[in-house]
Design a protein around this ligand. Structure first.
Ligand code: PEP
Ligand code: MG
Length: 898
């Protein structure tokens, strides 16, 4: 017979701390604490498998469950020497939820179960406290009515207020036993009115009602939303913990508290927590009374504190991690009600991991495993101050979008990039809001505090550019309607005008009206220590995607070991070091695109050459001996030319050509599907002079550096190649120009020529391409797009449904964010294997956005890439993930050997 229920009590438990999946975190913690001899009230846990069964079978319980629950109730009665419903000395229980992953406050709890008109008298007699007993009773009826029968909380609260008014008292504590008795009667009457049934007196009926409510709360709206936001997937459901009640509110020798074995904010090794005398758990949570810090408790009740301190030491040693515990003291005796791994701030996560490794409580490898990608991410970015309460936040929500770049940003709304630059020049903080962004907007994006777009996904232009700068960005806010003419945006009835303040939360993808206070986390010393350990552990390299010398320098500070992708087209719009020259750059590239003859094109390219050469020198210098991979031009050409009449006229005037020519050329450049159009290396096939200029700029810059004694390793990369024949044309041209320049200069300079693998065809034919290409860099943004047939710019519209468990739930994660290892990954494996068959030392990397995603980095490690390349702010995440991959691989091997 399948076992659905697991007992714990009197020093023994049927489960243990490792059974989190089956017993939930709380159930596993109670079982483990019982096993190691801590004072835990007895009880039993109904497994998460029962919850899973419940939902898979039309909300029916497994056939054996009734019997097993009855047997466990009997066992509990035996251990506690009390009986449910006993009019003399009743057993009371709490019924609590608890899944394998903590979901604080999202599911239901019922306390004091087992009380009825008779057993309440027993409780009053045993505790010699009638007031306490009837208070417990009314709390139970209140909780049962709202939680199990879903009656309105307000209806019941209203009656409580009425009672207090009648009695002329303000505080609950001033209500007498008679008062509570009266309220219980009123509640029960209301119960009958609303449900048409009598309030259940039989404790077993009460118990089943509570079990049903806990299971039901698993799929309640707030729990489902929480799981979606926290990306919690793959759980069976919630367990139900039925535990003997202990009371912290029987008088001044009782109380209840919450504590952490170390400080969860700073990570310092100090016992940290709150204690509330004469109170039940929910009083602490409700925040009506101010609890005392543990220091104070140590003075007031030294004996109980000493017991608690012992538990702290034992639990931390046992779990080898910081614990978050709940406890109750009943008449001077300590009971542990819960222990779980304590949530902590990112700074504390680093401090605790490093301290514990130094204390030899855990190994350095375990310390590396303890850090989550979010911990790293949240160290760098400002966040909305936790002091802003939930209600304020909720009332200010303007819209939801896709969380493209984390952190938070506050600024005044501006709807055009030019305006944004003008406002920022005046010292204003701005948020650039666009339907979508294009390279033309880069200047405005650069000066904005944050970026918000109504369309797009995680690899759309705005997301990619903003990520490179670590700039908060929310994209795909579909409910947002932007009116550029009236300079307003509207969502769900709320309108925001140009110049009004908004706040972006790029970590959650939420946009708020108004300006919220932000805080920037401090960098803990432990960060440097832990990252050193990570670097010493990892096998693959971590490079960065950087387009400017500034980005490159930033990335070096974050630990990048080279550039894996420089998108040269991003250099054509904004001159970051000399902003006054941005316009000249833009005009030169536009002139090149509009040119109708080769001569005209070459003339324009000649103007671009010095800009590019200077940029490349900056990149080489910043990387000082680390490899620098420079990709030749890869934009859809139409992105570079203006589409509005006024701007076309302005351009025509400046270039001294007639506007009709500009319009004609723009029309010619129009493509029905630019993502699959005239882009990537196709540009250099049709316009070899572009390749000529770019290769010249790279090699001349490298020569300049060599002469200046800067070590350089240029890697020239061709984007979107299709096959060997196409690649050969590019490869030969590149080498011819480069070798010629090097020879003329008379310097020693080694460079590589290689290609991105962004198309299925290139991956399939990798063995042929590798005959010529010295390296591969997987461009997984385009490769995901082309393998899946999902547009990276448009998929944001429907992808959320694809990852939503309650909707389609086709993908576990957005494939543009976390690599689709099953599909795209298969092609990558194939490409690497085939490529290395022809060229065993083929250098292989990844430079799509996945290079900064922890799970994807682990995949890259597993398929033996040489490096990953991530935007500067994600370099630390990649370093850590690369180290974690090694540790996980070791653990996996160990497991297999066993
Ligand atoms: C890619 O496609 O993965 C890539 C890095 O190139 P881009 O994002 O510039 O198309
Ligand atoms: Mg690409």
């Amino acid at each position: 017979m399948k076992k659905w229920v697991f007992f714990f009590g009197a020093g023994k438990a049927e489960g243990n701390g490792e059974w989190r999946d089956l017993l939930g975190g709380k159930g596993a913690g109670l079982a483990e604490m019982t096993r190691i001899g801590l004072p835990v009230p007895a009880g039993f846990t109904i497994s998460t498998e029962a919850c899973d069964y419940f939902y898979k079978n039309g909300k029916k319980y497994p056939a054996e469950l009734k019997k097993q629950v009855a047997a466990n109730v009997a066992h509990l009665e035996k251990v506690t020497k009390k009986k449910l419903g006993d009019p003399k000395n009743p057993l009371l229980v709490s019924v609590r939820s608890g899944s394998a992953r903590s979901m604080p406050g999202m599911m239901e709890t019922i306390l004091n179960l087992g009380l009825n008109d008779k057993s309440v008298q027993g409780l009053a007699a045993v505790t010699k406290n009638e007031r306490f007993a009837y208070d417990a009773y009314r709390r139970f009826v209140q909780m049962y009515s709202t939680v199990v029968m879903e009656m309105s909380k307000e209806d019941l609260e209203h009656r409580l207020r009425g009672l207090k008014e009648r009695l002329g008292v303000k505080e609950d504590t001033a209500v007498s036993a008679a008062g509570w008795k009266e309220l219980v009667a009123e509640y029960k009457e209301l119960f009958k009115q609303k449900t048409g049934k009598d309030f259940p007196d039989d404790p077993i009926d009460q118990l089943w009602g509570a079990i049903g409510a806990v299971f039901g709360s698993w799929m309640a709206e707030k729990a489902v939303t929480y799981r979606r936001v926290e990306k919690i997937t793959g759980l069976l459901g919630t367990a139900v913990n039925v535990v003997q009640m202990v009371f912290g509110n029987t008088g001044d020798t009782s109380g209840t508290g919450v504590c952490f074995t170390r400080n969860p904010s700073s990570g310092d090794k100090e016992f940290y927590g709150d204690y509330l005398i004469n109170a039940q758990g929910e009083d602490v949570v409700a925040g009506i009374r101010t609890p005392m810090p543990l220091r104070e408790m140590a003075k007031r009740t030294p004996k109980v504190y000493a017991q608690l301190e012992k538990v702290r030491v034992k639990l931390e040693k046992h779990y080898r991690d910081m614990q978050d515990m709940e406890f109750t003291v009943e008449d001077g005796t300590l009971y542990m009600l819960q222990t779980r791994t304590g949530k902590r701030t990112p700074a504390a996560a680093f401090k605790i991991a490093v301290d514990m490794a130094n204390e030899k409580l855990i190994s350095k490898e375990e310390a590396i495993q303890r850090i989550k990608p979010e911990d790293v991410e949240r160290l760098f970015y400002p966040v909305i101050d936790a002091k802003v309460d939930r209600k304020t936040l909720e009332s200010r929500i303007l819209t939801h979008g896709i969380d493209a770049v984390p952190g938070a940003a506050v600024g005044k709304v501006i709807f055009s990039a030019q305006e944004a630059e003008a406002w920022a020049a005046r010292g204003e903080k701005v948020i650039l809001v666009r339907r979508e962004t294009s390279p033309e907007d880069v200047g405005g994006m650069a000066v904005a505090q944050g970026i918000l777009t109504a369309t797009g996904g995680k690899t759309s232009h705005a997301a990619v550019v903003a990520r490179g700068w670590g700039k908060c960005c929310v994209v795909g806010a579909e409910s947002l309607s932007i009116d550029y003419k009236s300079r307003t945006m509207t969502s769900k009835g709320k309108t925001v005008k140009e110049g009004e303040w908004i706040t972006l939360d790029g970590s959650q993808g939420v946009v708020y009206t108004g300006d919220m206070p932000l805080v920037t986390p401090k960098f803990p010393d432990a960060y440097e220590t832990l990252m050193k350990w990570a670097d010493a552990t990892k096998r693959i390299g971590v490079r960065t995607n950087a387009d400017t010398p500034q980005d490159a320098r930033k990335a070096r500070e974050f630990g990048a070991e080279g550039i894996g992708l420089c998108r040269t087209e991003h250099m054509f719009f904004t001159d970051f070091e000399h902003p006054e020259k941005s316009h000249e750059r833009q005009r030169a590239i536009q002139e090149m695109i509009l040119a109708e003859t080769k001569e005209a094109r070459v003339k324009a390219l000649d103007r671009l050459l010095p800009f590019q050469r200077r940029d490349f020198v900056g990149l080489f210098q910043a990387m000082d001996g680390f490899p620098v991979t420079i990709r030749l031009l890869d934009p859809p050409l139409h992105e570079f030319v203006p589409h509005e009449r006024a701007k076309q006229e302005e351009l025509a005037k400046e270039l001294k050509i007639d506007v009709e020519t500009v319009i004609r050329r723009v029309e010619q450049l129009h493509e029905a599907n630019p993502m699959l159009g005239h882009r990537g290396c196709r540009l250099c096939i049709t316009y070899p002079e572009i390749l000529e200029m770019q290769v010249r700029a790279i090699i001349e810059a490298a020569i300049e550096c060599v002469r200046g004694r800067v070590k350089v390793i240029p890697e020239i990369m061709h984007p979107l190649t299709l096959d060997r024949k196409e690649y050969q044309i590019l490869d030969q041209a590149t080498r011819r120009i480069a070798d010629d320049l090097i020879k003329k200069a008379g310097v020693k300079l080694h460079y590589l020529v290689g290609t991105m693998i962004e198309l299925p065809r290139a991956a399939l034919l990798a063995d042929e391409i590798a005959e010529l290409a010295e390296f591969f860099s997987f461009g997984t943004n385009d490769l995901t797009q082309t393998v899946m047939g999902l547009s990276r710019d448009d998929a944001g519209r429907f992808l959320p449904d694809y990852v939503d468990e309650k909707k389609a739930g086709v993908f576990a994660a957005d494939p543009f964010q976390s690599l689709d290892t099953k599909g795209v990954g298969t092609l990558i494996r194939w490409g690497i294997e085939r490529g290395r068959k022809t060229r065993p030392h083929l250098e292989v990397g990844i430079c799509g956005e996945h290079g900064g995603d922890a799970e994807s980095v682990k995949f890259c490690h597993a398929v033996h890439m040489d490096y990953v390349s991530a935007s500067p702010f994600r370099v630390p995440i990649a370093r850590l993930a690369a180290a974690q991959a090694v540790v996980e691989e070791k653990l996996e091997k160990k497991k297999k050997r066993k």
